[in-house]
Design a protein around this ligand. Structure first.
Ligand code: F6P
Length: 334
């Protein structure tokens, strides 16, 4: 890559708290390297439509703590077509963009790969509340979404405890259970249902509620990853199986909003910094990832081929927190 003089930055796919912090870091690092930065609005669709704004150091002031994305975001069907991608390349040429920094999840990076094949260097920054990007331990937004869900469930628990009820809470995560499992451990859930682990309703839900009741509990918290099934359906099944009437809450897009946590702000800032440094030093076509706490660059194609498994040890830890209590109860009552 020749010396980079001007880059574009965009956010694409579902928004995630911390995207703004990443945009800020990209802009300010670029300026420090003598590179101009153009904001592309509404993701890949914005690149097709030449939807852009000039970004300066002051224009990204005070966005570090803001949720959402000042650049707007979208999922673009046009970018899936060759014609759409050619228009995007034409916009890059028209704006004199030497490279693009794309902030988003796997879908965003598939777009990045296609654009890089047409000769526009791209660096990706992983941001999604689902934490389901295979090449990186951590994606921007995960911690904020977990904390939002935990705060909501703590509130639910207060009223469930008062009324001695069962709560079934559905959390996001698309096809992955990272969010559900993390949240389930943090709220001390009675059971957590994740897509990676085939649910045996009798064993994983009914039995666990019954055991919990035997151990003296009078309220129950079931956390369901959206990819594992519908909380409404699980609520009905619990009613039919045990006769109790659960209250169902679907947390939905609440989990995507709010001010990013310190972890998300810090990670986004480091990732934004390293993304621009890579371009300034003549590298590109990579994803900025975290591995064992450090930042690494992984070629886009390789990054997309990597998969990440749900940590089943965490599943066992979640179960143990309930089983331990039940065992103690049995020993004390024998
Ligand atoms: O990928 C982020 C995510 O919030 C998923 O957890 C969820 O399944 C999906 O996006 C929802 O998408 P939309 O905002 O288009 O409804």
């Amino acid at each position: 890559m020749d010396h980079v003089k001007r880059i574009g930055v965009l956010t694409s796919g579902g928004d995630a708290p911390g995207m703004n912090a990443a945009v800020r870091a990209v802009v300010r690092t670029a300026i420090s390297c003598g590179i101009e930065c153009v904001g592309i609005r509404r993701g890949w669709q914005g690149l097709i439509n030449s939807d852009f704004i000039r970004l300066s150091s002051t224009s990204v002031g005070h966005i570090l703590s803001r949720g959402g994305t000042i650049l707007y975001t979208a999922r673009s069907d046009d970018f899936l077509t060759e014609q759409g991608r050619k228009k995007a390349v034409a916009t890059c040429k028209m704006l004199g963009l030497d490279a693009i920094v794309a902030i988003g999840g796997d879908g965003t990076f598939r777009g990045a790969l296609e654009l890089s094949r047409l000769g526009i260097p791209v660096v990706g920054i992983p941001a999604t509340i689902d934490n389901d990007v295979g090449c990186t331990n951590y994606t921007i937004g995960f911690d904020s979404a977990c904390n939002t869900a935990i705060e909501c469930i703590d509130k639910l628990r207060d009223t469930m405890q008062s009324h001695e009820r069962c709560s079934v809470v559905e959390v996001m995560g698309r096809n992955a259970g990272f969010l559900a499992l993390y949240v389930g451990i943090a709220v001390g859930a009675t059971a957590v249902l994740v897509p990676e682990y085939e649910t045996d309703f009798q064993r994983d839900v009914v039995q666990r509620i019954q055991d919990s009741r035997l151990a003296g509990n009078t309220h129950f918290m079931i956390v369901v990853a959206e990819g594992a099934g519908s909380a409404v359906e699980f609520g009905k099944m619990i009613h039919e199986a045990i006769g109790i009437e659960p209250r169902v809450t679907v947390l939905g897009h609440l989990q995507r909003g709010g001010s990013p946590t310190g972890r998300d702000r810090e990670t986004a800032t480091r990732m934004g910094y390293y993304a621009v440094k890579a371009l300034a030093e003549g590298r590109g076509n990579s994803i900025i990832a975290t591995q064992e706490g450090g930042i690494v660059e992984i070629p886009i194609e390789e990054a997309l081929s990597r998969t990440k498994k749900l940590q089943m040890d965490r599943y066992r830890i979640m179960e143990t927190m309930q089983i331990g209590g039940i065992r103690e109860f049995r020993e004390n009552t024998q």
